[in-house]
Design a protein around this ligand. Sequence first.
Ligand code: NAD
Ligand code: 6OD
Length: 501
Amino acid sequence: MPPKGPMSAPTPAPYPFASQQLPNYLGGEFRTAGATFENVSPVDGRVLATVTEAGAAEVGRAVEAARAALRGPWGRLSTAERAALLRRVAERIEQRFPEFLAAEIADTGKTQRQAATLDIPRGAANFRAYADLVVARGSECYEAATPDGRGALNYSVHKPVGVVAIVVPWNLPFLLMTWKVAPALACGNAVIVKPSEETPSTAVLLAQVMHEVGVPPGAFNVVHGFGPGSTGEALVSHPDVQAVAFTGETATGAAIMRSAAATVKALSFELGGKNAALIFADADFEAALAGTMRSVFSNCGQVCLASERVYVERPLFARFVEALTSRARALKIGGPYEDADLGPLISRGHRDKVLGYYRLAREEGAQVHCGGGVPAFGDARDGGAFIEPTVLTGLAESARCVREEIFGPVCHLAPFDAEEEAVRLANDTRYGLCAAVWTQNLARAHRVARQMAVGTAWVNDWYLRDLRVPFGGVKLSGIGSEGGMHSLAFFSENMNICVKL
Ligand code: NAD
Ligand code: 6OD
């Protein structure tokens, strides 16, 4: 949850696709042929637009267009020329900021404050970051001895992997899509994006931007649709797709792995989490409280990095539960333009899932300190997917609500007595995405952070990002690292040339 303050961002434009049919973008053309599905507002359940579903034939066309782009003008651009194009993409996103803002907000219902300070600016930043990184990348060079004494020179060359599928979720749609599109294009691949069926709009705006700045046809393609038995499966099983970069649920990652296995595609997966926050008695109480409010309730809890398990050292436990509950009760729930703290969940379907966990928590013996239900507004918002922020205690560590990812505005708090116990509790999960450690003891901060079995441990903060650092999950939370040179490595083939001197 970004802190409240004066809005620096421009006011959003009207939703750019109101009552229109969102097209696929194939080989530089916007196409609306085929079946459609509805884009529904999570704020009030209205149909915002229809979306063209790409069947297997359209996916095939996208792959053909991508292959042609690699053989054509796109494949002939230098690294510097590609980087210059990415910078123009970033500039154009900024010029069309109000439309991106309106589109992201319409699809997700997220607060204007968050979309304006995180989602859309990060989309532009992703393109700039990878434009800079790709031109800064060097290559390896080794001199080797040979029996004749003349030696040999080895040097590596980065080549694109080929046609890359990028399959992304709905929680931070623009941020997560561009996080993969930017490095994939920077490395010279041809990209086919499948946005989530829940959030199709910013992908179409991005296609328009690519078109406007002159990204050659076929280098960037968008196919809309669902996952299993639909667009997503057709894409990730296509024999001419060489790599899949996926963000989403762990079970979906497993399904994609099966689809991709037959043609041995390279995979990069950013998956689910059941992340812990550890609050030691020596923590700065106010900072830990504010940070945990953000890590539990930002984006209505729909962040893979969210702290769904909060462990507090016993002397602080009762005070922390009371303070978190009181702040959670005070959160304002409302529509994106109401200066609310909490927007809706993405859909009624997802709300049913989260409410199922609220019910299960009671059955499993939780004490519900606040929330646990659905707010009533008495207006159109009752047709949306709003839900109450919820604070739980009292569950056993074996409870499903402590073990399974809920992906809503809810956390369970439990006390601990010793550092080793805190480390054991935090790591006792099949996931391994991130952890937040709150302490003012410097030695403990380093010691505990290092023992976290996760891809990222934050100390005295949460979701503080530097786009150069490795970002990924261990165990069920992912395969591989993205971020900085790690993304460039995934999206490149590394070829060695050996020259006998
Ligand atoms: P999801 O896995 O249901 O869907 C993600 C995407 O995969 C969508 O575009 C969907 O259409 C597609 N898809 C679904 N089944 C498919 C299949 N069989 N083949 C090909 N594509 C398929 O995820 P979601 O509900 O959209 O997002 C929430 C999940 O994403 C949570 O589990 C969250 O933790 C995770 N997530 C992880 C990260 C991370 O960085 N680790 C970031 C954001 C979200
Ligand atoms: O900030 C990022 O780069 C990133 N991949 C965030 C993931 C958030 C999960 O919901």
